[in-house]
Design a protein around this ligand. Sequence first.
Ligand code: HEM
Length: 414
Amino acid sequence: MKDFNGERPSEGFDPFDLNKPHARWEAFRQEQPIFFHEETGYWVVSRYDDIKAIFDDWKTFSSENAQKPMRPMCAEGRKVLEEGGFTAYSGLTARVPPDHTRIRKVAQSCFGPRRFRSIEPQIEDIVRRHLDALEAAGKAGQPVDFWDVVAYPVPAYVLFTLMGIPDEDVPKIKQYGASRGRMTWSDLSDEEQIPVAHDMVAYWKYIHDLLDMRRSNPGDDFPSDLLRLQSEGADITDEEIAGVLYSTLFAGHETTSTFMGNYVLTLMDNRDAWEAIKADPSKIPNAVEEMLRYMPSVVGWRRRARTAVTVGGVDLPAGAEVLMITGSANRDESHFPQGEKLDITRDNARTHLSFGYGIHYCLGFQLAKMEAAVLLRQLSERFPTLRLAQNFEAEYNRNITFRVPKSVMVEWDQ
Ligand code: HEM
């Protein structure tokens, strides 16, 4: 285990720095599994059993802080939001029962495996087109940014197929999504918050325009399904439908892009796993689970204690804000033997906490896994000699939740 110069591992901990967090998380699990972090005001929890228990106990641990900006919006940013009519509230993740139960029931009925499976041919095609672009970019003989060319756009095109959004809007929505992620989970300066606030206003307006369009001209897509259910009597308001779209338009691609970037980084550093997948593609589904465990996109998630409560032997006061480091839980030796090691044949890989646990469990998990598997199969078939560019080392954006690489530079034998 890493020595923190004789200091406790919590000393100097910067939860926004996700560059090389694993040694510190391991030390947390061993020495300080639950501690209060003064600078952010959060109780930091790092062990698997404690985090699972918190997710499971939704009556004590409310999710109402799950979308709270880590740094409140500055006065000028608030003015931009108010004047722009931005009234968005979380679609589901920060809602609590009974509202959460009611809205989730409606959203879930539009989100089943049937709908996801129906777009599998389109997913294959979207992946193929983006790997063509990767191949073309590599012809110049220089390393190519897999993040830019493949991981970033592919999940957006897939999600927008489900949403019935035209391809030409992809760059715009990607930008709104990135701003949304930064507004909530990063520690932006006042100056950095202003353009983000403008993006949020544009994003919210986009969603309302989309809904207006679907009201007058319904299609075979997610917004039209929600509106149809509402017209048939489902208990959901217009504002709640807009909220669900606001959330899904973000949750449905940023998470998956990040996962794809992270798993390529992982596999390129674990050649045995890459060779095993190439030799036997039937290993892909479990490999996807293992990579979700080992290098997930979401590494931290939040809850608030409604009452005083004891977790893992530590007393938390009523109102305690809790940061669960799910990225650490996923490597906890007590649940995953040799947790710091990637093992694509691991039996219990799918018990990772990367999609959360309990009543808020990710609604898009089947889609995310399907996309990840399709990309991995095509990539390993078409680019068997893929590797990271010489001397490339990944750097990650500052964020408390999303571990997003800035780039993923790759090369291969031409
Ligand atoms: C690798 C990709 C993904 C990851 C890591 C991920 C992760 C998560 C996490 C951590 C939560 C919160 C769970 C909790 O509080 O217990 C969540 C919720 C959610 N996710 Fe995902 N997600 C991914 C992909 C997707 C996709 C593709 C969609 C939509 C198509 C989606 C839609 C949602 C929705 C709607 C919720 C809210 C559920 C609720 O609060 O009831 N996610 N996801």
